[in-house]
Design a protein around this ligand. Structure first.
Ligand SMILES: [Zn+2]
Length: 162
């Protein structure tokens, strides 16, 4: 009987959670072997997005819409599913302020839970993923739960609509 193969070392985030790779456009999670074979950071599936990394408890699952926001609250990426859900175009959204697209569902929420505060903290690399409730800026009847955690690289906040 052959001995079991040695476990590969898995990269971890600062909390010790295993990192997951995913495309910033289509959300596809590339196989580790594909990543090794293709050192380019461009997604091998859609050829449009860059491959990003986030903790397994933060990374979007297949078809979950998401946006990536930096510490200045500028939009860095909008997934294809989020483009469709929010009716926005990534090329027009990039470098705009996140509040042009999503705002807190409850404007009176305590400041610790405020969407923008959360995004700045997370994009700065602090702590645990959190959830909040958001709505599209121009729609009042629609709400989404959002999971916010850090991703990279470069360091940014990942906002997944769940
Ligand atoms: Zn892709």
């Amino acid at each position: 009987m052959r001995p079991p193969r040695a476990l590969r070392s898995v990269p971890l985030d600062e909390r010790g959670v295993a990192l997951v790779s995913f495309c910033g456009h289509c959300g596809t999670r590339p196989e580790p072997s594909a990543l090794a074979a293709q050192p380019s950071r461009v997604c091998g599936h859609c050829g449009l997005g860059l491959v990003l990394h986030a903790g397994g408890d933060v990374a979007p699952r297949r078809d979950q819409p998401f946006l990536v926001v930096d510490a200045t609250l500028s939009v860095c990426a909008v997934s294809a599913a989020a483009e469709e859900l929010l009716g926005i175009d990534e090329t027009q959204a990039v470098n705009k302020h996140i509040a042009d697209f999503l705002v807190p569902a409850d404007a009176n929420a305590p400041s610790a839970e405020h969407l923008l505060t959360l995004l700045i903290e997370v994009a700065g690399g602090s702590g645990e993923p959190r959830t909040t409730v958001v709505r599209p800026r121009h729609e009042f009847g629609v709400r989404f739960r959002a999971r916010i955690g850090s991703c990279g690289s470069p360091q940014a906040a990942l906002l997944v609509l769940i």
